[in-house]
Design a protein around this ligand. Structure first.
Ligand SMILES: CC(=O)N[C@@H]([C@@H](O)[C@H](O)[C@H](O)CO)[C@@H](O)CC(=O)C(=O)O
Length: 309
């Protein structure tokens, strides 16, 4: 690994930015990128779950990444999620991601069909071969992908020198330790990264060994995760935990809405900062009028939690 420091920190999962007609808004993408740079985050994770990648076409995902890079290159660590529901499209996005100079590519395992581990390894290695000069991050998110990363599959993938990290969104924080142990055994200390995925467990994940975090709620309240991370780095666990509790209460409140969490978060960013990022793409449910009180309360909770820092 060239530089582990570029992965150590708070890396928001980037949101899908749509215009009024529901098409990709590159202006919205650039505005959100500038906003996150100003907030002081370490990087961005583009085209993941929070980016609604599964609902977008290959050309749309290329346009989003190019718009992010036009603002972020040299200022943020950029990890591009390139996984699609087939190998050919994933390979095309991997090649494109390398061509625009991302720091790393990432991918979920194949979704819908539960494939044998040798097929999952080939899916990932084909993407990596299309981006031979780019580091590769395995994205473990069994609750959405339907397939979990096993130790045998990780050991197989560690034969690929470009595999430098796991983004671990599984809920057992012990998985972070197991993946870290295997990575260090293969690469040596300081040469393998595990990112914490569940935002509700940012502190737990960092304490058990995650080098940084990638999360879908970071972008709506980056100040909280930046503060948690700083407290953890100083060994101030009690202070980090207090902020984690605030963040969790906010996540639970946002999840009460009829509209999807991503729709709630984008609406809060519009109200707090004037960022026009649109709604969510169907079949994901958008906000309904009855969500107003929930959105307003979640925004007030975010503002109060930031004021306490
Ligand atoms: C299952 C899931 O979506 N997990 C999220 C979390 O950030 C999640 O949104 C958060 O913990 C709220 O539950 C991330 O691990 C994934 C993610 O942020 C992404 O790929 O966009």
């Amino acid at each position: 690994m060239k530089d582990i420091k570029k992965y150590q920190g708070v890396i928001p999962a980037f949101y899908a930015c749509y215009d009024a007609e529901g098409n990709i808004s590159t202006e919205g993408v650039k505005a959100l990128t500038r906003h996150l740079i100003a907030k002081g985050v370490k990087g961005v994770y583009v085209g993941g779950s929070s980016g609604e990648c599964i609902y977008q076409h290959v050309d749309e995902r290329k346009a989003v990444l190019e718009a992010v890079m036009s603002e972020a290159k040299g200022k943020l660590t950029v990890i591009a999620h390139v996984g699609c529901n087939n190998t050919a499209d994933s390979v095309e996005l991997a090649r494109h991601a390398e061509s625009v100079g991302v720091d790393a590519i990432a991918s979920i395992p194949p979704i819908y069909f539960h494939l044998p581990e040798y097929a999952i390894a080939k899916y990932w290695n084909d993407m990596s071969a299309a981006a031979p000069n780019t580091e590769f991050v395995i994205y473990n998110i069994p609750q959405l992908a339907g397939t979990g990363l096993t130790m045998s599959l990780l050991k197989e993938m560690l034969k690929n020198p470009n595999v430098v990290a796991v983004k671990n969104s599984s809920m057992p924080t012990q998985d972070i330790q197991m993946f870290k142990d295997a990575g260090i055994a293969a690469r040596g200390k300081g040469n393998f990264v595990v990112f914490n995925g569940p935002d509700e467990q940012f502190v737990s994940g960092r304490v058990i060994g995650a080098d940084g975090g990638i999360g879908g709620t970071y972008a709506v309240m980056p100040e909280l995760y930046l503060a948690m991370n700083e407290h953890i780095n100083k060994g101030e666990i009690e202070a980090a935990r207090a902020i984690q509790y605030d963040a969790d209460r906010i996540i639970y409140k946002m999840c009460e809405a009829h509209g999807n969490l991503y729709a709630v978060q984008k609406e809060i960013l519009r109200r707090m900062y004037g960022l026009e990022l649109g709604g969510v793409r169907e079949p994901m449910p958008g906000l309904i009028p009855e969500d107003e009180a929930i959105v307003a309360e979640a925004q007030a909770m975010i503002e109060a939690a930031i004021a306490k820092l």
